[in-house]
Design a binder for this molecule. Structure first.
Ligand SMILES: [Zn+2]
Length: 473
């Protein structure tokens, strides 16, 4: 996610294994088990969030979401079928998912058999006829429809007050959600510690486009509708998903090493947006020099009506964020946030500190300036940011995404750079994402790693910069 103020100003086949066919009679019929092997890359170790404990369920680990979504702009209605392949992280007698109360559940099945779910607020609990032991799997399918509503995040920052599914003039729709809100458009374990693989199909009226996270796999048009398919073969945290339906035009481009890129832009936004979007290949090339290879098979930009967000493989930028420095910020997140994801919202600094730092470094290089100037400027704000919103790793509950989690840890990174020099510093910023691709991490693992990697002890420096109520001296 970016700050308002920047330095620049397909349905898969059901993976249910057939019952073992044995020539010899056996004493006990084998229990039909769900084969989870196809989606091992979506395996996580979910935890409860210390900041937003109402969202996410550490008892389950969703490995794969297969979403078939149909958006009707005229009636502003979303119909969906969500097929979730789930691994029990603990023994469970039911599966509880986050799912917006505005959406009506039409049918639920577990491994193909009908189930009767219970609704409690924005929770959907699906009882299991047979409880699952830890490690066992189930395929849960939820068919639903309704007019999605965003969720009030109760934040001081105005642009993230309402999260999740939004609609605008003519029935255009978009959904962005950090730290939570994917549940406003599909049933989900809405927490960054439970990353999963995705197949998404979005059906819209002919002439419209349906855009999601992941790699674009093409569209089919039948009668009056078109279906756009998207695939994520690397795990995605729910806050890094995106939905956008609008009269976009699509443009193709190529990034470093031939990485396919698509841009999705409305005709009326073209003049301002396309020149900014076209800078993506050069910015990716710059980032690769500092951070190693871009960690995903494709990239993209969708010009949504709001926000600046590092949605995975498809950054989402509203008109007021349409700046090359913001593109650099959201792309930097693909190394810091997307491929290496903070396990809980306590460690948002692990995203934003690095993204802010590389936004500033990119801007300094682009303008022929020095990052020292920008660091000096934000250092003057540090004390006030800590007073206003709390220390970056102990921010106030109503102060999610405030400048403290961006600027204060960026200064900390600069302090580390000054101690070890450029060569070791950029060696570190390359090794961290490349060695931890497709994982979630936290402060303890980062600190342990950086101490080993550099042969220095940065524990006190990191703890002080993240926890101190006053600017460290
Ligand atoms: Zn950000």
């Amino acid at each position: 996610m970016t700050l308002a103020l920047t330095v620049a100003g397909c349905s898969s086949p059901p993976p249910i294994a057939k019952q073992a066919q044995s020539a010899k009679p056996v004493a006990e019929a084998p229990r039909p088990e769900v084969d989870l092997s196809a989606y091992q890359k979506g395996r996580s170790q979910p935890v409860k969030d210390p900041v937003f404990p109402a969202y996410g369920n550490p008892a389950i680990d969703v490995l794969h979401y297969d979403l078939a979504l149909d958006w009707k702009p005229a009636s502003r209605t979303l119909s969906g079928t969500a097929k979730l392949t789930i691994r029990a992280a603990k023994p469970v007698t039911g599966v509880t998912l986050d799912f917006g109360r505005a959406l009506k559940v039409d049918q639920v099945t577990v491994n193909g058999t009908g189930a009767r779910p219970r609704r409690t607020g924005d929770d959907l609990t699906i009882p299991l006829a047979k409880p699952l032991k830890a490690g066992e799997g189930a395929v849960v399918t939820v068919r639903y429809h309704g007019r999605p509503r965003p969720v009030d995040a109760k934040q001081r920052r105005k642009d993230i007050n309402m999260l999740g599914f939004r609609t605008g003039a003519g029935g255009r729709a978009w959904a962005l959600q950090e730290p939570f809100g994917a549940f406003t458009w599909f049933p989900v374990n809405d927490h960054p510690s439970d990353e999963a693989l995705y197949d998404v199909a979005i059906t819209v009226p002919k002439g419209w486009s349906g855009v999601a996270h992941g790699t674009y796999k093409g569209k089919t048009t039948k009668g009056g509708t078109s279906t756009f398919r998207w695939e994520s073969t690397d795990p995605v945290a729910s806050y890094l998903t995106v939905f956008a339906a609008d009269k976009f035009r699509m443009f193709k481009d190529k990034g470093p090493r031939g990485i396919p890129i698509t841009y999705w832009i409305r005709p009326q936004d073209m003049a301002k947006t396309l020149p900014v979007a076209r800078r993506m290949p050069a910015i990716m090339k710059w980032l690769e020099k500092k951070l190693g290879p871009y960690p995903f098979p494709s990239a993209g930009l969708v010009a949504t009506s709001d926000s600046g967000m590092e949605t995975q493989q498809m950054i989402a930028l509203g008109p007021r964020y349409m700046e090359p420095s913001v593109v650099a910020h959201e792309l930097a997140h693909h190394w810091f946030g997307d491929t290496v994801t903070p396990r809980t919202w306590r460690d948002m600094w692990l995203n934003e500190g690095f993204a802010m730092y590389f936004e500033m470094q990119w801007y300094a290089d682009d303008q022929g300036g020095s990052i020292d100037t920008y660091i000096a400027n934000i250092r003057r704000l540090d004390a006030e940011l800590r007073r206003e919103s709390g220390p970056p790793a102990r921010y106030r509950r109503d102060s999610f995404g405030q400048s403290n989690v961006y600027y204060c840890p960026a200064i900390m990174l600069h302090e580390i750079r000054e101690r070890i020099g450029d060569k070791k510093f950029f060696g570190m910023t390359t090794a961290w994402p490349q060695e931890h691709r497709n994982t979630t991490q936290d402060r303890a693992s980062f600190t342990k790693w950086i101490n080993q990697h550099t042969g220095r002890n940065f524990t006190k420096l990191i703890d002080t910069w993240l926890d101190s109520k006053t600017t460290p001296r």
